[in-house]
Ligand binder design. Structure first.
Ligand SMILES: [Zn+2]
Length: 437
């Protein structure tokens, strides 16, 4: 084992500077200048937003008593999981902070959800591409199911009743007949939701809807119309049975017309765009549509201290906790040879890439006390600016070492994503090359 406390060797610093001079022609950037780094890489505005939102969420939920300080959700990005936090990068502009906890919350963590949903999107893209390539008759039916609701409806009731209606739908005799007609292979069900201000009479509260991709064969327009009509009729009956639709003429007519949409998809892009819901993209610019807010926009408002949004965010966290966002029907992943990889493994994946370890730090708490520390570090790593990284650490008075003996991190190889397809394998199979999370 080598000496722990080390400053960067001056030769390394000089070499780093030379490289930067060659590349940029000047040395204008200074340490900790996050804004400067973000302006070069537009992705950093999104990464910054995710970090800010994640910390706002952790603070709000802790204050509310919704989560305890020792929860995995609160630990995400805050606590280390090994003695040393290791900062790593490669020459391609990828950086990672290793040995820091990830909560793997696909619903409520702005940082983890983006990683997980990106992975899940690739799984769906992989399966769909294989399905479309196998025969021109293969299609995906994209079905969106909604339920009538008002701004005062309890979201826990809506969720439970909607899932119950969905079970009734798939077990109905008519739907089973339809499955035979479309040569049903399997389905992927995704849940998406928007949230309205309960005090705003123009909104209608919690809007929880299901997106279902059904793998099947192409139908004639007449048969398609017949299937669509049967689906609508059965869904309406299910809604009435679980108490989500009143049986009067006006309510049933509205529910029949607006609660189910079915379309045929042959183009992967269109399909994926619809499936990758807004939850994965904290985008505050176009998040409000007709008084409906995406969950992360509600979190943005909550972070600004708006009372209804803080309350709604707490309810959203509790509503979604432990629930699955995306479910493949039995056997479908096997059919496409997509192996199960847990959300936790996926969330940890980014820190497991084949990167070069640069520096190990034991006092992560001290780093976190520096404003914008996480973003500054990620920015420097992704820019390949090792000099900025050391500058930052030195100015903040952080002890560190570059000794490889301290660079152990929790996972040792790319293959360790639990026997499932590793991310590079996905990309190779998809033939898309060097795409990054
Ligand atoms: Zn997280």
């Amino acid at each position: 084992m080598g000496e722990y406390k080390k400053r960067v060797p001056s030769s390394v610093a000089a070499e780093g500077r030379d490289k930067i001079v060659k590349r940029n022609g000047n040395l204008s950037s200074t340490s900790g200048n996050v804004k400067d780094a973000s302006s070069k890489s537009p992705d950093f505005s999104v990464i910054r937003e995710r970090i800010v939102l994640r910390e706002a969420s952790q603070r709000i939920l802790l204050e509310q008593g919704t989560i305890p300080p020792n929860s995995q959700y609160y630990a995400c990005g805050r606590y280390k999981i090994k003695k040393h936090v290791v900062l790593a990068s490669d020459s391609e502009g990828q950086g990672a902070i290793r040995n820091v906890a990830h909560c793997a919350s696909v619903w409520a963590c702005p940082s983890c959800s983006s990683v997980i949903q990106h992975w899940r999107g690739n799984e769906i893209g992989f399966a769909s591409s294989a399905w479309f390539a196998a025969s021109p008759e293969n299609v995906v039916y994209f079905m969106t199911l909604t339920v009538p609701h008002s701004r005062l409806d309890d979201p826990f009731f809506l969720w439970t009743a909607e899932k119950e209606a969905l079970n009734l739908f798939w077990s109905s005799r008519q739907v089973k007949n339809c499955k035979k007609i479309i040569a049903y292979l399997g389905r992927i069900t995704g849940v998406e939701m928007t949230i309205g201000d309960p005090m705003d009479p123009e909104t209608n509260g919690w809007h929880i809807h299901q997106h279902i991709a059904i793998f099947g064969k192409r139908l004639t327009p007449e048969l398609f119309a017949s299937i669509e009509n049967t689906f609508k009729q059965v869904w309406l009956e299910c809604l009435i049975r679980v108490g989500l639709c009143k049986p009067d003429q006006l309510s049933t007519l509205r529910a029949f017309n607006y609660s189910l949409r079915l379309e045929v998809v042959r183009k992967i892009d269109k399909y994926l765009t619809k499936f990758s819901n807004e939850i994965g993209t904290p985008n505050s610019k176009c998040a409000r549509v007709d008084g409906r807010y995406t969950p992360f926009y509600v979190l943005t408002l909550a972070g600004q201290g708006i009372p209804w949004a803080k309350k709604a965010w707490g309810v959203y966290y509790q509503l979604t906790k432990g629930k699955r966002q995306l479910v493949w029907s039995d056997g479908l992943k096997d059919y496409f040879k997509v192996r199960e990889v847990s959300d936790q493994k996926v969330a940890d994946w980014k820190a497991q890439q084949n990167l070069k370890n640069i520096v190990a730090i034991s006092d992560w708490r001290k780093i976190r006390a520096v404003p914008n520390a996480e973003l500054t570090i990620l920015s420097a790593l992704s820019e390949g600016r090792v000099d900025l990284l050391f500058d930052f650490l030195n100015k903040a008075g952080i002890e560190y070492t570059t000794d490889p003996d301290f660079m152990e991190y929790s996972v040792s190889s790319l293959r360790s994503v639990d026997g499932g397809l590793s991310y590079p394998e996905f990309l190779r199979k998809k033939g898309r090359g060097d795409m990054r999370l």
